[in-house]
Design a protein around this ligand. Sequence first.
Ligand SMILES: [Zn+2]
Length: 270
Amino acid sequence: MPSPLAEALRELALANRIAANEGVLDTFGHVSMRHPGNPQRYFLSRSSAPDMVTPDGLIEYDLDSRPVRDPGAAQYSERVIHGEIYKARPDVMAVCHHHSPAFMPLLITGVDYLPVFHLGAVGGIKPPFWDQRFEFGDTNMLVVKPEEGASLARALGSHVMVLMRRHGVTVIGANVRDCVFRAIQTCRNAEFQVRAMSLGAISSLSEGETRLAGQIPIKTTGLTRSWDYWAMRVGKADGAPAAVRSEGKPRRVAAKKAVGAKKSGKGRRR
Ligand SMILES: [Zn+2]
């Protein structure tokens, strides 16, 4: 029987694959997890396309984003995003950084993110923008220095999401599933918002509605149901329908191999 840590690492690898399969991540972007037994550490994949992340490719880092052991592999250059947020926010247990096309129109124009349907409320009220050039001048736009990550974490403040001008989004969660849920649903909201704005003036949720609807992931079965569904879609993409249950345990031995196994490419969705 796998240890709780092994099970958590398996879930983190699956989280990356789900976020990729649902269009949040492509060849860039990543989901990390604070070490469940040591708040001074976190796990993030070695440099890899998110859809190819496997549990044995996860690297353990300290909060200064230094690998605890020689990883023997290339690392993500933007890992300081994760380390600096874990350092600044003890309540955060998972972080997703992405460059989803759904958000790019907002990130390019600086138009505020507005929850325009109930699940979009999981992005919180008026998530802040962060513009790297204000503090650091001309850069290659990647967040690679600890001070850049710390600046981003300050901009995030107590919010659940920070919008990075002309770059991407960083969203946090109380656990891996919560983080992935917020990442996927806010991308859908951003897509709806931009489409609706092309038609005319939009009507968004009030602050009260946003607070109430923002509780949906923790007060309903929607999070579990969503995770089951997204995990099943990853299994389908591997040619193993209904492969993964919500507990993270596969129903069949063959299905277990599907997660992190070599992809067939059949039925994949982008
Ligand atoms: Zn990035």
